[in-house]
Design a protein around this ligand. Structure first.
Ligand SMILES: Nc1ncnc2c1ncn2[C@@H]1O[C@H](COP(=O)(O)OP(=O)(O)OP(=O)(O)O)[C@@H](O)[C@H]1O
Ligand SMILES: [Mg+2]
Length: 289
């Protein structure tokens, strides 16, 4: 089972968009049983596939809807409130992934309040209570038997949640817009990757697939920053040879009433679909070859 995470502590660079495209590519075109994990308290990834609800206990945050398998009349469900998020791993509870409208694609959604609580665990306890929890969930035999691939969307942070993802993943990808601020985020992530690589057992390396330029425009600014990254002796080798252009359809398919709802359901010759196929197949080849 390959565990692929999109990370960059700068916001709005396309972590969620790339997570969605990769997860749909793997499940729809490769027929891999794929689990999406939303590790961002903003819950944007979850919102793509579920009708997330406002949490009455924390009205600025979202929580998952009632699970379709929940049956309050079933004695086995008596101790369950019917909702399940990936944050249950921090509370010693089971995670029950939700099916989505995409075949082969399940999601363990976020829960704003519970994820934020994990992000603020005391320093003395954070390693045991947060850093190790996602790896231990994904190592469980149930999860390994149920899925071929896991795609994790992360928060724009370098905090305990992102560290937990670093410890759990087999592969990371750093999406970035070719502009000054987001590029700074690349350095922060490379630092976390190196730290984690040093701490890992040799037989379980954390592979950096690479830096993925996103929302690329044929402007002087984007071209110059991309060239300077490629020419950088330390990080040039990590810049992927594929990229996502700035295309309004990548944003439009996020709308709940979009038809089709997936780029991969567009006509074969559609330029956004061709680009998504090219980028995702390149990445999948690197991971699953
Ligand atoms: N290649 C693209 N072309 C056009 N729009 C894009 C592209 N990639 C992402 N977007 C849009 O840009 C916005 C930010 O993208 P996204 O939410 O994926 O970033 P993010 O890194 O997950 O943000 P955050 O850090 O807040 O979680 C979204 O509205 C998304 O639809
Ligand atoms: Mg996001």
């Amino acid at each position: 089972m390959e565990i692929i995470a999109f990370v960059n502590n700068k916001g709005g660079v396309g972590k969620t968009t790339c997570s969605k495209l990769m997860a749909e590519y793997l499940s729809k075109t490769k027929s891999l049983r794929t689990l999406c994990i939303d590790f961002d308290p903003q819950c944007n990834f979850s919102h793509q596939y579920l009708h997330m609800e406002i949490d009455p206990a924390a009205p600025e945050g979202l929580m998952p809807p009632i699970h379709p398998d929940y049956d309050p009349s079933n004695p086995e469900d008596q101790d369950w409130d019917g909702r399940s998020s990936i944050a249950e791993i921090f509370y010693g509870q089971g995670v029950v992934p939700y099916p989505t409208y995409v075949p082969n694609l399940d999601i363990a959604p976020g829960h704003a309040e519970k994820l934020l609580a994990a992000e603020s665990v005391r320093r003395s306890e954070v390693v045991e209570k947060v850093h190790k929890q996602l790896a231990s969930f994904l190592n469980s035999s149930d999860v390994r038997a149920a899925y071929d691939a896991v795609v994790i969307d992360t928060a724009p942070s370098k905090g305990p949640l992102t560290i937990s993802v670093m410890k759990a993943s087999t592969h990371i990808i750093i999406p970035s817009v070719m502009e000054e601020q987001p590029v700074q985020g690349i350095y922060g992530m490379l630092q976390l990757w190196m730290q984690e690589s040093l701490a890992r057992e040799k037989n379980r390396p954390l592979q950096l697939v690479g830096i993925l330029p996103n929302m690329f425009k044929q402007t002087r600014l984007h071209k110059d920053i991309l060239t300077s990254l490629q020419d950088n002796s330390a990080i040039g080798k990590y810049v992927l040879p594929v990229k996502f252009s700035q295309r309004i359809v990548f944003a439009e398919v996020d709308a709940a009433d979009s038809n089709p709802r997936s780029i991969f359901d567009f006509q074969e010759q559609h330029v956004a679909k061709s680009e998504a196929m090219e980028v995702c197949s390149y990445i999948a080849e690197r991971i699953f070859a």
